[in-house]
Design a protein around this ligand. Structure first.
Ligand code: FES
Length: 344
């Protein structure tokens, strides 16, 4: 008797639950009315915005290639490209792509007593309902483009925007290090290249006093090139502790180092020269970014800060009173990326 009552309650519970689900579930109706009519004008605007995004993306690449120091223009061009692409997508979603209200069909309830599940008559494992869903999805996809009248134009504009923005995204890969493009490895310094000041005037050895600091460049070289700039300093010759193979690299106590910090490539702009040697640390070049400090007396070894490599030193000689390179740098210029590390 008890089991009959329990079975009766179970039956009642199942059918009450089914009634609830039926009451609150969406109906199996499907409406396919296009709520927004085709708008050639919106399509033209979408295409125009996408072409604009493509142009802005290509502008980023051009600025990067020919004027990569102009970060404001780089930022502006990529921001415009992304904003135009976003505007095109919003416009397309609102006025170009057909808007539909779909009500998802629900499967019929299975018979709780049917342990084999619903009979579909299909052999590929899809139920009739699933098969119906696949067909509905295919229909939706087809109808999604049926209302678009300028499909070719939109495809071309979308492709152009993809190429432009994609190129802008990939262009900075060229900055990953000397292994890409070899731009960072190039150096104008070799035996006989004259040191000049920023205005192109050759550097006279006699003009440099002990304790002085001068920024110099390779004569005739592009000043934007990473390895061109030098930090030239003068110390007393008797202070020098250069390695044996560099003893003739500093005529009259004049030393030249790459001006590019080996930590993160800031320009080294500070020279510490002690006025009271007994109580002060020795002469050193200091990078103002994170205070990497390089001892000039022993050839640029790092004595403090986050840099892990010595500053590359340039051998000098004096010709007719003017400073001239006596060879290339002692090491690779720049931060410790790629080949710079390999060379150590
Ligand atoms: S860039 Fe010179 S210390 Fe960081």
């Amino acid at each position: 008797m008890r089991s009959r009552i329990a079975a009766g309650f179970a039956w009642l519970w199942r059918y009450a639950l089914a009634a609830l689900i039926l009451r609150y579930s969406k109906k199996r109706t499907l409406r396919r009315d296009r709520e927004i009519p085709a708008s050639p004008r919106a399509e033209t605007w979408t295409a125009a915005l996408l072409f604009g995004a493509a142009l802005a993306g290509l502008a980023f690449v051009a600025i990067y290639a020919f004027d990569d120091a102009n970060t404001q223009l780089l930022g502006l061009s990529i921001a415009v490209a992304l904003a135009l692409a976003a505007a095109a997508l919003i416009l397309a979603a609102s006025l170009v792509v057909p808007q539909e209200t779909l009500e998802e069909p629900r499967p019929p309830f299975a018979d709780p007593d049917d342990v084999d599940g619903p009979k579909t008559g299909l052999s590929d494992g899809f139920s009739a309902h699933q098969q119906e869903g696949v067909e509905e999805a295919a229909l939706t996809l087809r109808e999604g483009v049926d209302g678009v009248t300028r499909r070719r134009l939109l495809k071309a504009a979308g492709g152009a925007a993809g190429i432009g923005i994609g190129a802008a995204a990939l262009a900075p890969l060229a900055s990953l290090g000397p292994a890409v493009g070899d731009r960072l490895g190039a150096s104008p310094w070799k035996d006989g290249v004259r040191l000049v000041e920023e205005n192109g005037v050759p550097v006279k050895a006699a003009d440099l006093e002990v304790g002085s600091f001068l920024t110099a460049f390779a004569q005739g070289a592009d000043k934007e090139q990473l390895a061109t700039s030098l930090a030239v300093v003068r110390v007393k010759p008797e202070e020098l502790e250069l390695p044996e193979d560099r003893v003739d690299w500093a005529p009259e106590g004049i030393l030249a180092f790459s001006k590019i910090c080996t930590h993160a490539q800031c320009a080294i702009s500070l020279f510490r020269y002690p006025l009271f040697a007994e109580r002060s640390p020795g002469p050193a070049l200091v990078c103002p970014c994170h205070y990497s400090t390089f001892n000039v007396l022993d050839g640029g070894e790092r004595i403090f800060g986050p840099a892990v490599r010595a500053l590359p030193q340039l051998p000098l000689r004096i010709e007719d009173g003017f400073l001239v390179a006596a060879g290339p740098f002692s090491g690779a210029v720049g931060a410790s990326w790629g080949r710079v590390k390999e060379e150590e």
